[in-house]
Design a protein around this ligand. Structure first.
Ligand SMILES: CC(=O)SCCNC(=O)CCNC(=O)[C@H](O)C(C)(C)COP(=O)(O)OP(=O)(O)OC[C@H]1O[C@@H](n2cnc3c(N)ncnc32)[C@H](O)[C@@H]1OP(=O)(O)O
Ligand SMILES: CC(C)C(=O)C(=O)O
Length: 524
């Protein structure tokens, strides 16, 4: 059996998801969980992209002890220098150099001839190798690159010292059979006296990312790249949890295993979902809420007779635990702490614990049964790094004779200063959002508003997700709010989103360049 390495790029390609802006604290927490999950390398960011990205890579490099940390760099010396500087203290540093090799990218984006691209690969992979031992090279848009030129680019990178050769399906264009053949062709034809590891990097534009990744493994790839929950640019990257579980369930077919600690999968997915503000769909493979639910009579009958009739993955395999310690309003602090540890929340600070326990007591008074999902939701609402600045404090709603609603909202900052603001709306949510808009007084467009019941029953907690756009910059932000009351959850989410916009306007958050306004365009 071959051992397949896993490289996670949730913090780099995953953060390219519109609306996702992890704080440094969140990135470090995710990196630590990825290490626990058994990931062998973490692409922690693109250090040259912004001071924030640089700091995040540096902080992660300083923190991790078992996992390799890599930073992305264009075939540009200053990008490679930035990656090296950020990775100086990493125990196992790697630098990932990329340049596009497809005709459309070379001609229109890079404005370089094929020969210039080849020269650039030699120059920049050699330079990166002069700084660190392990260099990864990616011919961007490899799957739309002419085959012989792809081989030439890859051989050039290998000759210049690259150890990992990543073959990105940048626009999610390839198919499993085609990708298999591409890997076979490269593995059979690239020559080196060193061991070269090939890896797939798949995007899901045509819904084939997992199939393509597995096809590359079948063809001999030794490392896979992807993200948790499949977050990423456009339709996202391959979901690593799907690849890890598929390898486990079909290990005989693939003749391959991995070091992924599968029972940490659910906790990893939950953390990334919480910090990215992107909920996991119910029907998502491996970790979705319905992944282990059997609805129809024939299926239920089969499962009752023998679970193997319809169940190829058990909830326990991916770390969905049975509720072994039911909590209620008579439960004390010890039981609560034990439950948090059981659910994998070992890093809650004392101050957070105090706040969580008092919120738990309030919840237990309102709700008959406190489930694990309730506890996860409580942690989500408390420990997500709340943006600095004013946050939701309280609200009061009055219905008027003409059917409109009047809302008074109070917002509180870290100095405990409280400001109230009042506005009308034709419905309660509109009035709440109008009041928050009035308070922040900035140009924001609400792109989406979604409510999810975290648990079942009439007393379920509500999770509200909003996506807003900063009209001044075009940057999109996701934010969420959690409460037993859907209107309060809405206010929390919208106030958090506005605080992010305020921080961007104040220059505290660097907007991502992919979303930047075009300076040539007078409309921007
Ligand atoms: C497929 C991927 O996911 S690639 C990674 C995408 N990630 C990002 O873009 C991260 C965020 N990006 C950024 O912060 C910025 O784009 C920066 C800091 C990297 C560069 O910013 P700027 O210098 O303002 O350049 P801008 O983004 O406008 O254009 C990119 C430039 O890099 C060039 N370029 C793009 N890729 C490469 C590469 N791999 N190697 C060398 N040059 C490249 C482009 O041709 C363009 O050059 P030009 O200015 O001579 O036309
Ligand atoms: C930089 C490369 C690896 C990439 O993200 C892509 O091509 O999708």
């Amino acid at each position: 059996m071959r051992k397949i390495e896993f490289l996670d790029t949730s913090l780099r390609d995953g953060e390219q998801t519109p609306g996702v802006n992890f704080s440094i604290k969140e990135k470090v927490a995710i990196a630590k969980q990825l290490e626990k999950w058994g990931i062998s390398a973490i692409e922690a960011g693109f250090p040259a992209a912004s001071p924030d990205s640089f700091e995040a890579v540096k902080e992660i490099a300083n923190t991790l002890t078992k996992t390799a940390v890599t930073g992305l760099a264009r075939a540009v010396k200053s990008d490679i220098d930035a990656a090296f500087d950020a990775l100086k203290n990493a125990k196992y540093p790697q630098i990932h150099v990329f340049i596009a090799t497809s005709p459309v990218h070379m001609q229109y984006k890079l404005k370089k001839t094929p020969d210039e691209v080849i020269a650039s690969i030699t120059e920049h992979v050699t330079y990166a190798r002069s700084l660190v031992e392990i260099v990864e090279f990616s011919p961007e848009d490899a799957t739309r690159t002419e085959k012989d030129f792809l081989l030439k680019a890859v051989q050039t990178a290998v000759d210049a010292g690259a150890t990992y050769i990543n073959i990105p399906d940048t626009v999610g264009y390839t198919t499993p059979t085609e990708y298999y053949e591409t890997f076979k062709f490269l593995i059979d034809n690239v020559t080196s006296d060193r061991d070269i590891v090939f890896s797939p990097h798949c995007h899901d534009d045509l819904g084939m990312a997992t199939a393509n990744t597995l096809a590359a493994i079948k063809a001999g790839a030794g490392r896979v790249e992807g993200t948790v929950n499949g977050i990423g640019e456009r339709a996202g990257n391959v979901a690593l949890e799907e690849v890890a579980v598929a390898l486990k369930i079909r290990e005989i077919y693939y003749q391959a295993t991995s070091d992924i600690v599968l029972n940490e999968t659910f906790a990893t997915s939950e953390l990334v979902s919480r910090f990215s503000g992107i909920p996991v769909p119910k029907n998502k493979a491996v970790i979705g809420g319905n992944a282990f639910a059997h609805e129809s009579g024939i299926h239920q009958d089969g499962v009752l007779k023998n679970p193997e009739t319809y169940e190829i993955i058990t909830p326990e395999l991916v770390g969905v635990k049975k509720n072994s310690l039911p909590l209620g309003k008579l439960s004390g602090r010890h039981a609560f702490i034990t439950k948090l540890q059981e659910l994998g929340f070992d890093e809650v600070t004392d101050a957070e614990m105090k706040e969580l326990f008092s919120k738990f007591k309030v919840l237990a008074d309102k709700k008959n049964e406190i489930t694990d999902a309730d506890i996860r939701a409580l942690v989500a609402g408390t420990t997500v790094e709340n943006p600095e600045g004013f946050q939701f404090d309280n609200l009061a709603i009055r219905s008027n004779d003409d059917g409109t609603q009047t809302v008074t909202i109070s917002l509180r900052n870290e100095g405990q200063e409280i400001i109230e603001t009042t506005a009308n709306g034709s419905g309660s949510v509109e009035a709440i959002f109008n009041a928050i808009d009035q308070f922040f007084n900035q140009s924001v467009k609400l792109d989406s508003y979604n409510i999810i019941a975290v648990t079942e029953g009439i007393d379920a907690q509500a999770e509200v997700h909003v996506t807003v756009e900063n009209n001044d910059t075009g940057t999109i932000f996701n934010a969420s709010g959690l409460d037993f009351d859907v209107l309060r959850a809405s206010a929390i989410a919208y106030a958090n989103a506005n605080t992010l916009v305020q921080r961007e306007n104040a220059g505290i958050i660097t907007k991502k360049i992919s979303e930047k306004a075009n300076p040539e365009d007078p409309e921007d």
